[in-house]
Structures are given as C-alpha cells and as structure tokens.
Design a protein around this ligand. Structure first.
Ligand code: HEC
Length: 121
C-alpha cells in the first residue's frame, strides 16, 4: 500500500504592525530640522550639528559660527539645561541666535528624551 500523502503548507505572512504609539519627540524634532542635523558628522546648517549633544559644552561644534552669548554661556548640555534652553532660549542664553522655543512642557519633555537617544548615534 502506498498512501498518497499530500501536504499543503499554508504560509501565513504577518507583518508586525509598527508601534502605534507615535514618537512625539521625533515628531517635535521636525521643527528643528530646518536648522539642525542630528546625525554624527552631519553638516552645520543655520544651527550647529547636534550629534553628541549631551555632556558637550555649549557653543563647541567646530566650524559653527556661534553667538558670543552661546560660547561664553558656560552651559553643559544635559536634560535640565536643554529643557530650560528650549523653554526660552533668550532667557537661558540672552543674546543667542536661536530664534525658536518649545513652550509646551509635554512636547519639550518628549523632545529632550528623543534628543537624548538620537544624538548618540
Ligand atoms: C531657525 C533656525 C533654528 C531652529 C528652527 C532651531 N534652532 Fe537650535 N540653534 C539655532 C542657532 C542659530 C543656534 C546657535 C545659537 C547661538 O550661537 O547663539 C542654535 C543652537 C542650538 C543648540 C545649542 C547647540 C550647541 O552646540 O551648543 C541646541 C541644543 C539647539 N539649538 C537645539 C534646537 C532644537 C531642539 C530645536 C527644535 C525645537 C532647534 N534648536 C531649532 C538655530 C535654530
């Protein structure tokens, strides 16, 4: 006896849905992109490249023409100094050339969290 064995393989391909949760921080960075690159070795634009931001002294990217206010601010970028600066650049660094602020605290917190990881790439 030779049993006829038919094997039907059904291959179901399920594509994992991307995380539904929006990355609010990455989205908020959209308004910074006009002036800043964030990738390592990225060019300076209207604003300096932001790669390696955390732990770096303010005003220290080579080749970028900072305001003297930024260069002499004595700031070292961390969560706190960055949040303060983004809340009101002109208050944190009077005389800075950076013209925009992020006034919404939730948006600012998400943005700082995003920058913390995105600037180490
Ligand atoms: C219209 C252009 C522009 C936009 C938009 C902008 N920036 Fe800037 N940014 C600048 C300029 C110009 C400087 C340099 C300021 C100075 O020298 O006083 C700067 C400086 C900075 C610095 C200090 C960097 C360093 O090397 O010390 C940080 C941090 C920063 N910006 C973050 C942001 C973030 C985050 C956003 C988005 C919310 C943003 N910027 C949006 C123009 C911009």
């Amino acid at each position: 006896m030779k049993p006829m064995c038919g094997f039907v393989a059904v291959l179901a391909i399920t594509l994992a849905a991307p995380a539904v949760a929006q990355d609010a921080g990455a989205q908020a960075f959209g308004m910074c992109k006009a002036c800043h690159t964030i990738d390592k070795g990225g060019r300076n634009g209207v604003g300096p490249n932001l790669s390696g931001l955390f732990g770096r002294k303010a005003g220290s990217v080579a080749g970028f023409n900072y305001s003297s206010a930024m260069k002499t601010s004595g700031i070292v970028w961390d969560e706190k100094t960055l949040a303060d600066f983004l809340a009101s650049p002109a208050k944190k660094v009077p005389g800075t050339k950076m013209p925009i602020s992020v006034s919404d605290p939730a948006k600012r917190a998400a943005l700082v969290a995003y920058l913390k990881t995105a600037t180490v790439k």
